[in-house]
Write a new protein. Structure first.
Length: 389
């Protein structure tokens, strides 16, 4: 007689031997490592973009933000295949019959399921929103940065609870052999061609391919293999362009012959044309530009030291500076440059990039470039510098 077809399967209906605690725990371990790296580097990035820093973000090493942001995106990318396979290994548990007969066990299991629900939702949200952000695709109305930051705490909190609850299972599973059959569920099949080791190897390979396909946006040596890398080297001077002058609506103002930079401190104001800027002492610095969306590029910038411009209005040492763009709207129209960045000898108002006049899309007539600073804060098409303290 045939068993009646059920609308909802039972946990036992999933018979693949590939699903085992041994596999889940091994993938979970690496997923945990990826989430830990992404969490810490994410906190660093959030802090670097915070306008009110109790302790100023350091200006050295100049490549620090480039490395932490690159690691953030690489860890998040590697986590995508790991999370998918891990969810596949455990999703039959969704169909496990809750212990209805035992109220206490029902309550404990209910709580555990709820915490896993929160973890999965937060993890999927972080990876999906992060991936969309690195592809510069914003199919939502909320602020990416504050939401990604808030949900990061939810994800890491739920992850810690999950690890604490599962610790005994994790320890046994990691200590045992992957292909140990003694803990197989009754009815588990070995049908199919893949072994557990094979599944794990395929998973590591998928994570590796995902990283190689995207990491070239940050790691120059990988540029050629990173077919999916966003913004890997297009743009004038070999440096990617994030927002073009046309998109920012600044083309007319930036190419106008009447362009003037204003430097202000209290009621003291100095205005300079691009020719005036070019007549000042020119400095050349090798500084990377590292976008929060994951790409970064090293470049050689030439221009006027920001501190030299502040000296024209006798701004005191350590002054914070408000940097304003010719752009009329947009999030990055105005940024605040903390005193330690303003006073750093390497911080320039750049007029040239890689030996050529700054391209319009890179911020012509003049753009800010400072060491160890998130790309979003490297203001292009600078119109005003105002000393604010
Ligand atoms: N005025 C202004 N400056 C800006 C932006 C902007 O949209 N407007 N984008 C920022 C971002 S997000 C990045 S990553 C860098 C990129 O500089 P690039 O396009 O010259 O590479 O510029 C920054 N400066
Ligand atoms: Mo950016």
């Amino acid at each position: 007689m045939r068993a009646p077809t059920r609308l909802v399967p039972t946990e036992e209906a999933f018979t693949s031997r590939l699903r085992s605690a041994a596999v889940t725990a091994r993938i979970g371990l690496w997923l945990g490592v990826c989430f830990a790296i992404a969490f810490v580097t994410g906190l660093i990035s959030h802090y670097a973009q915070n306008p009110d820093q109790p302790v100023p973000f350091p200006t050295s090493p100049a490549w620090g933000y480039r490395v932490t942001q690159g690691l953030h995106v690489i860890a998040g990318t590697a986590a995508v295949p790991l999370l998918l396979v891990k969810l596949w290994t455990v999703y039959p548990k969704l169909f496990a019959r809750p212990p209805f007969g035992n109220l206490r066990r029902l309550a404990v299991e209910g709580l555990e399921r709820a915490s896993i629900g929160v973890l999965v939702a937060a993890a999927v949200f972080q990876l999906a929103s992060g991936l969309a952000n690195s592809a510069q695709w914003y199919p939502w109305a909320f602020s990416f940065r504050s939401t990604h930051y808030a949900v990061a705490w939810v994800a890491i909190g739920a992850l810690l609870v999950h690890v604490a609850v599962k610790l005994p299972v994790i320890r046994t599973a990691l200590a045992g052999d992957v292909d140990d059959t003694s803990q197989d569920r009754p009815g588990a099949t070995t049908a199919g061609v893949l072994s557990r080791r094979g599944l794990l190897r395929t998973t590591w390979l998928a994570a590796g391919v995902a990283v190689l396909a995207t990491a070239g946006s940050t790691v120059p040596l990988l540029r050629r293999v990173s077919v999916l890398g966003v913004r890997s080297g297009d743009g004038p001077g070999g440096v990617p362009v994030n927002r073009s002058a046309a998109a920012a609506g600044v083309t007319a103002a930036a190419t106008s012959a009447s362009y003037l930079l204003t430097v202000g401190y209290g009621d003291h104001e100095v205005t300079l044309s691009r020719a005036d800027l070019l007549a000042m002492d020119q400095r050349t610095e090798d500084l990377p530009i590292a976008c929060v969306e994951g790409w970064s590029a090293g470049a050689t910038w030439t221009g006027v030291r920001l501190r030299d411009l502040l000296d024209l209005v006798a701004a005191p040492a350590g002054s914070d500076v408000r940097v304003e763009s010719l752009q009329q709207g947009g999030h990055y129209r105005v940024t605040e440059l903390p005193g330690n960045f303003a006073d750093d000898d390497r911080t320039l108002l750049a007029l040239a990039l890689n030996g050529e006049t700054l391209a319009l899309d890179h911020g012509y007539p003049a753009r800010l470039i400072a060491p160890n600073r998130p790309g979003v804060l490297q203001t292009k098409w600078v119109a005003r510098l105002d000393v604010v303290t």
